[in-house]
Write a protein that binds this ligand. Structure first.
Ligand SMILES: Cc1cc2nc3c(=O)[nH]c(=O)nc-3n(C[C@H](O)[C@H](O)[C@H](O)COP(=O)(O)OP(=O)(O)OC[C@H]3O[C@@H](n4cnc5c(N)ncnc54)[C@H](O)[C@@H]3O)c2cc1C
Length: 477
């Protein structure tokens, strides 16, 4: 008998699982695909207060998010990086006094912070290269955190498993039966699990899971809003990112990505079908035209290396514009006809840990839960600052591994040493031993799990290398 079964292995589901198991609950998580296979790996990859939410008076969310920015930097230093964000001044859209008030609040709402305070700058002089057109003379710079989104999910999952949680991935629920004080959950592998409570954390699938799997009609509605990104050849040299104000009053980001690229996004495109989201022609054109209205060396379709899209599961508030819908979260509990089910609505990567604490609080009405919060104090796997020496691997491989896996590289070294020189070469600095490690230690099953979620090697990955990877995958599965 589990205390809690969580449905959904996105950031919210795994965050809840980690918190629950750490408080001594017998915890299980069921994910229909790979960990982080939906919205949580298609984000802009920011752990941020969300400066633009101040315009919607979302002070609670901004404050909580700013505090979380410091917490996540502390618990996941190996997969996050503070970055300067430059906001070119566009007086016709927002006068200086508005921006100054916004940044004043942004610097202070979260209380004491390790992030640098904002300042006014001349765009021409401040950075090594200024990619912005000459007619934009000045701007503001503030700091936020960039995260490897899918690895943030994965590391929370790994930590939950290390602490004793049971995870089922690539597993579907075929039936559920509600008893007076427990649920029976039937899986497509033939197992039947029992739990005192269920948490539905299925992101864009929330309403359909409630209706179709649990037979419950929700009072709340979701607004499903697709957001797309372009990855293009690097537009400029330098570590700074840009936040660009557009005429439709939206903003988009331009962020250095994976050394060779620039990430541009995002859009707000309402959708009904939330499975397999794909960028539309209009979104692509919108992103290219928007960025071109700011940069000196304009880009075209030919510069696009990769695109990706995800669907935001936002809480419907009937606002006209999608960008005005709050990014906050809420819950719905159904306990009228027997054992409870708690459903998560909304949320952001940034706030997953606080959202999880709220779920644990709600669960404490039904099961004995320690009220001791702990997830802000314990670092995620690989975050240790012990220096791993490298006597075995070529420097180039080792450096990429440290950047991706942090201190977990010591485990990777064991796999490297199992093979002669790391085993078969797949592409550039990517060898067989890493594939075996990802299968055995990080739950990878497919080339997509490896190329797009465990690593980002899949961008610009040649067909022959992919074929080689498929052969090696079969060897170790
Ligand atoms: C374009 C875009 C940009 C964003 N940028 C940011 C950002 O920069 N910073 C930030 O903080 N937030 C950002 N967000 C928001 C953030 O990504 C989401 O709020 C968050 O990832 C949602 O996580 P989730 O766990 O609720 O949902 P998901 O990640 O979608 O996870 C739900 C999981 O449930 C699983 N599931 C569904 N049905 C079932 C079933 N029947 N059985 C078992 N499992 C099931 C799915 O496979 C999925 O893995 C962005 C979102 C988008 C779309």
């Amino acid at each position: 008998m589990y205390d809690v079964i969580i449905i959904g292995g996105g950031i919210n589901g795994v965050g809840i699982a980690r918190d629950a198991v750490g408080r001594g609950l017998n915890t299980c998580l069921i994910e229909k695909g790979d960990i982080a296979s939906e919205t949580s790996s298609w984000s802009t990859k920011l752990i941020h207060g969300g400066i633009r939410y101040l315009e919607n008076y979302d002070f609670r969310l901004v404050r909580e998010s700013l505090i979380e920015r410091d917490v996540i930097k502390r618990i996941a230093p190996h997969i996050t990086k503070p970055v300067n964000f430059v906001l070119p001044h566009v007086p016709s859209l927002r006068p200086s006094w508005i921006i100054k008030i916004g940044l004043f609040l942004y610097d202070r709402l979260g209380g004491k912070s390790t992030f640098e305070k904002s300042k006014f700058i001349s765009l021409k002089d401040y950075f090594k290269e200024n990619p912005i057109k000459e007619n934009f003379k000045s701007g503001y710079v503030y700091s936020d955190l960039i995260v490897d989104d899918s690895r943030l999910v994965l590391l929370n999952a790994e930590d939950a498993i290390n602490r004793g949680a049971k995870f089922y991935t690539n597993t579907n629920i075929t039936k559920t039966v509600r008893g007076e004080d427990n649920w029976s959950i039937f899986l497509d592998n033939g197992e039947v699990l029992k739990s005192k409570a269920v948490v539905n954390a299925t992101g864009p699938f929330t309403i359909s899971v409630l209706n179709n799997i649990f037979g419950i009609k929700s009072k709340k509605k979701l607004r499903l809003v697709q957001g797309s990104h372009l990855v293009v050849k690097k537009i400029y040299d330098g570590d700074q990112a840009y936040i660009l104000q557009l005429n439709d009053r939206r903003i988009i980001f331009m962020i250095p990505f994976q050394k060779k690229y620039t990430l541009i996004g995002t859009t707000d495109h309402e959708v009904e079908n939330f499975e397999n989201p794909k960028i539309t022609y209009e979104e692509k054109t919108y992103l290219i035209n928007s960025v071109n209205s700011f940069i000196k060396k304009e880009i075209t379709d030919n510069d696009i290396i990769w695109t990706y899209s995800g669907v935001r599961p936002l809480i419907e508030n009937n606002s006209k514009t999608s960008s005005k819908v709050s990014r906050d979260y809420t819950f719905e509990i159904d306990d009228r006809d027997g054992a409870p089910i708690i459903t998560v609505f909304g949320g952001k990567l940034t706030t997953y840990r606080k959202l999880s604490e709220q779920v644990l609080k709600k669960l404490s009405k039904y099961i004995l839960v320690s009220n001791k919060t702990w997830t802000s104090n314990e670092v995620l796997p690989g975050a240790s600052d012990t220096i791993v020496n490298n006597e075995d691997m070529p420097k180039k491989i080792f450096e990429r591994l440290i950047e991706t896996y942090g201190a977990k590289v010591s485990k990777l070294k064991e796999y490297y040493n199992e093979f002669n020189a790391g085993g078969d070469l797949i592409f550039e600095d990517f060898y067989e031993f890493e594939v075996k490690y990802l299968i055995k230690e990080e739950m990878a099953r497919t080339s997509e799990d490896i190329l797009f979620r465990r690593t980002k090697l899949g961008i610009n990955f040649p067909k022959e290398a992919k074929d080689k990877l498929e052969i090696i995958l079969k060897r170790h599965l």
